[in-house]
Design a protein around this ligand. Sequence first.
Ligand SMILES: [Zn+2]
Length: 291
Amino acid sequence: MSSACRSAVFVRPALLLAALLLAAPAAAEKTRRPSWGGFRSPTAQAPEALGSYTRGCLLGGVALPEAGPGFETIRRHRRRYFGHPALARFVTGYGRTLDALGLGPVLVGDLSQPRGGPMTSGHRSHQMGLDVDFWFTRPAGSRRSDAAFASLVDERRERIDPEVYRAHHAEMLRRAALDPAVARIFVGWVIKRELCRTVKGDRGWLRKIRPWWGHTRHFHVRLACPEGSPECLDQAAIPEGDGCGTESWFSKAEVARRKREARMGRPKKGPRPKKPPRPPLPARCRALVEG
Ligand SMILES: [Zn+2]
C-alpha cells in the first residue's frame, strides 16, 4: 500500500462524516421541499394574488376548464391553466364575447401554475395568476410547438404579414382591452404600429395595447390587481394617450435604440454581463415552498 493510500484510509472516516453532514440535509430537502412547478393543486385559501407579475405567487387559485363557449385551452400537460378567479372569469367572459361574434374558439395558452410562482421555462411573468396568453390563430395540425402558429408579422421586413393579419385580430384585441379588469395587453411592436395606423373612431382602447418584443403569434392579457389582494403590486400607470405618437416604443429612433440595447445586452463572445440579483419572493410566497 503506498503512503498516499494509507493516508486515504485515515482520512476516510472524517470525509465520510463530512459528506454525510453535507448530503443529509440536501437529500431531506429534496424529498420534502416542493417546487413551484411541482405543485399539483392550488392552496385552499381565500383567493389572493401576492407580489408582482414577475415575482409573486397565487393563493386560492382556480383551474380554468379545458374548454367553454368561445375558448379552448391547449398544452394542459404543463399544468399552467390556473389563475385567480378574476382571471378565470375574464377568460370565460371573453370566450363568450368571441363566440357571439363568431370569432371563437380562441386557443388559450399559459395562465399560471397551481400556486403561481416562477416557472422554469417560457415566462418571466405569469406568477400571480393574473396573466394569460391567447393565440391569434388556430393551426391545422399539431399545437405543440410555437412555430405551428402563424405569425402576424413578417419579422425580416418588420412589417405586418398581409397573408395572416386580418381585421378580426384587431377586434379580438379591442374586445379584450375594453374589459375594465384588463390592465395591459402585450403585442409585438409591429402589431401595435399597425393598429395605430389603421384603427378609426374610438382609439381609447389602444392605450392598453403595449408594444413588446415577440408576441407576434400570441397576445398576452394582464389583469390589474383584483380586490382582496392588498399585497399585489400593480405596474405604474400607462401614460395618457394612445401610445402612437413620436415618443412611442416603435418610433424609428426608439426601435433603433432598443435594438442597440438588446445587442449590447447579449454579447456573442466573451462573458455575459451579470444580471442584477432578483428580489426575493414575498415572505408569504416563500412560506409555500420553504415549509
Ligand atoms: Zn404571456
